[in-house]
Design a protein around this ligand. Sequence first.
Ligand code: GLC
Length: 790
Amino acid sequence: MDNSLAIHPDQYAGSGGTGGHWTDIGEVRTYRREGRIIRLSCAGGEVAIRFYTEKIARVVMNPAGEPELGWNPHVLVLEPEDVQIKAAESEHEIELATGGLTVRIRKSPLRISFYDAEGREFAADGERGMGSGPRGEVACIRRTGDSDRFYGFGEKAGFLNKRGEKLTMWNTDVYAPHNPETDPLYVSIPFYLTVRDDGRASGLFFFNTFRTTFDLRGGTEHSFLAEGGQLDYFVFAGPTPKDVIAQYSSLTGRAPLPPRWALGYHQSRYSYETEAEVRELVATFKEKGIPLDVVYLDIHYMDGYRVFTFDKGRFPNPRKLIEDLRAEGIRVVPIVDPGVKADPAYRVFSEGVRHGRFCRYLDGQLFYGQVWPERSAFPDFTDASVREWWGDLHSFYTELGIEGVWNDMNEPSVFNESKTMDLDVVHQNDGRPATHRELHNVYGSLMSGATYEGLKRLLGGKRPFVLTRSAYAGIQRHAAVWTGDNRSFWEHLELCVPMCLNLGLSGVPLCGADVGGFAHDSNGELLARWTQLGALMPYFRNHSELKSIRQEPWSFGAGTEEIVRRYVKLRYRWLPYLYGLFEEASRTGLPIMRPLLLEYPDDHHALAVNDQFLLGTDVLVAPVVRPGQTKRMVYLPAGAWVDYWTDERLEGGRHVIVDAPLDKLPLFVREGAIVPLASERMSTETEAEELALHLYPSTAGLPSEYALYEDDGRTFSYAEGGVYEERIRATPSSPNRLDVDIRVVRDGYVPGWQRRTLVIHRAPAGLQVFLNGSELTLESRTGGTATYRL
Ligand code: GLC
């Protein structure tokens, strides 16, 4: 624990930052074009500029030599396009324009500013611009506009807008409570969006894997700094927040469709320690009628914490267990940490040592660190042959019927003072050796990438699922991210909303927090509220710590159990809508769970909302995040909204106070929306019998549209046309007539529903509904809700 020594004046000396012996990039001495790359030789270093698209530019400054643009530790996936650049040089300036983005370079000293397609400046160097420090630091100082708000930055505690904060990227295992100031955490995504008052947005990705710091505290300037390497950044011209995310995710990749089972309800505990305990757990879910897709095996399943083993006493027959659970529609996901126990009699270790798979110092000595299995070696995932070896080791699991793996401790976490691997370990890095100091932040991502690719090779066409704690930019291509060791605090319930929203803005759609809280002790009310929220977050897992009170759905009595059951079931009902959003994310990079600012960037009230979110464009979730609260204020953006529970219509563009008794999650559907909901089921393994299209007709007579997407949810056949898609359009032709058109546009997959209905909310009495021209007969009517068979 820190005491006041932490703020002793001496602690501030040499604490980094951009002070000290700073070398400004200085004046431009020569300027030349080499194909598509613009090179500037400056007093304080060399600079290269390259356009990747008309709206994405890369700036690289190397204080010590020619900028290197080729190195890529599996982060970038975009090849530069052949962009036409109009270049103009005058005495004081160089201008590079693509039509979508203009880069203006002042020559003496070099200062860069960026303009959008309409000629508006959206980002610019400050009084000081790029430069380098005495210990190899590189930094860039930029102007901060009066109304600039900063979002993204991956996994960070605190509220959505990071203006006023100083944030560090250095993947760290933080068991201590995640306070608003607790930084860094497990994930480094050095990307941010700037959103201005008028809703215009731009973005920046600082492509540097060293420890980096973003200082957003100043009123007029902000900066980003890395402890080493090049100053290498990408600029995204926007101009909307959605454009920026599309641009960033085109650069670092998009998430493939997860297997549908990864979107069901997951139950975890550190640990379900024996086969009998797992069987009892699953039986209880069944007996209590609570749907379940996955049970996690935490570290106790292993033989002395050796990865790729089972403890024979605790789990005498894992194959049978996995098979039996599978027959109930439930999958098992085991934890796999990077630390490999240093035990010469253990095959993974001895083979790894023999073939040079582990991290070493320059002199060839292995690096050992203490983790759960005590003295352990760590695979060097920066090398292709190690990634392949590691991936192949997963046949141990896949042969038992396992299709998903949970990567933990992959910062990597080590039980020592620095909390991680020694910084002077030299990684092989695919033939470009580099220290751990440089590659620390990508270690976890490379491990999860190796795991995903290995599982993909082994699963014969099935989609793998990988969950990771540590990550770098681009992780979305391989794994889901959960926010690590939170606690059963109401504050942490509140915190996980902006945290996951910023993760989503940073390209990671499949993310979530431990529902109920990991450390500390949960309670019925907290679990009820957290499950309500988790049910509509992208990733939904209840997980808790060894010594904490149990927090399975039934742990706090019948009242809580009933609420938890109701919301786990709600999750399964909402899967078609959620799955559609995952499909969209796989194409566009847009998050599932969206801050209001993404859809309403020029609405000042929307920009300030931290405790509500949108699912896609049409659904608004306003969780209760305080104990004892039975009402809450909700901000409804412009338009009209319908209360999901009561069908009450509420005019938007204002704050409302809504009732939220303990069994109610405030939930609203945008008027005019179509939301596909499925009938209940006990796991995603069984098909939903019914699919209902819920229509909330526009009272302004506007048509409603929705593209319904389905595929098998298990394989990659969607990439080869195994897709069902229909376009639905419902037009209120007159107050009493609704014309619905359903057109199948892709039929490479046949959905398993046996029954389809159209459910019209707030339907006027006497409404006539026509489907592709023929009148439908009313099947049933409850209050204002009319149901038709399709
Ligand atoms: C770490 C993980 C946690 C896990 C525990 C034991 O603390 O964050 O989720 O349960 O290790 O493996």
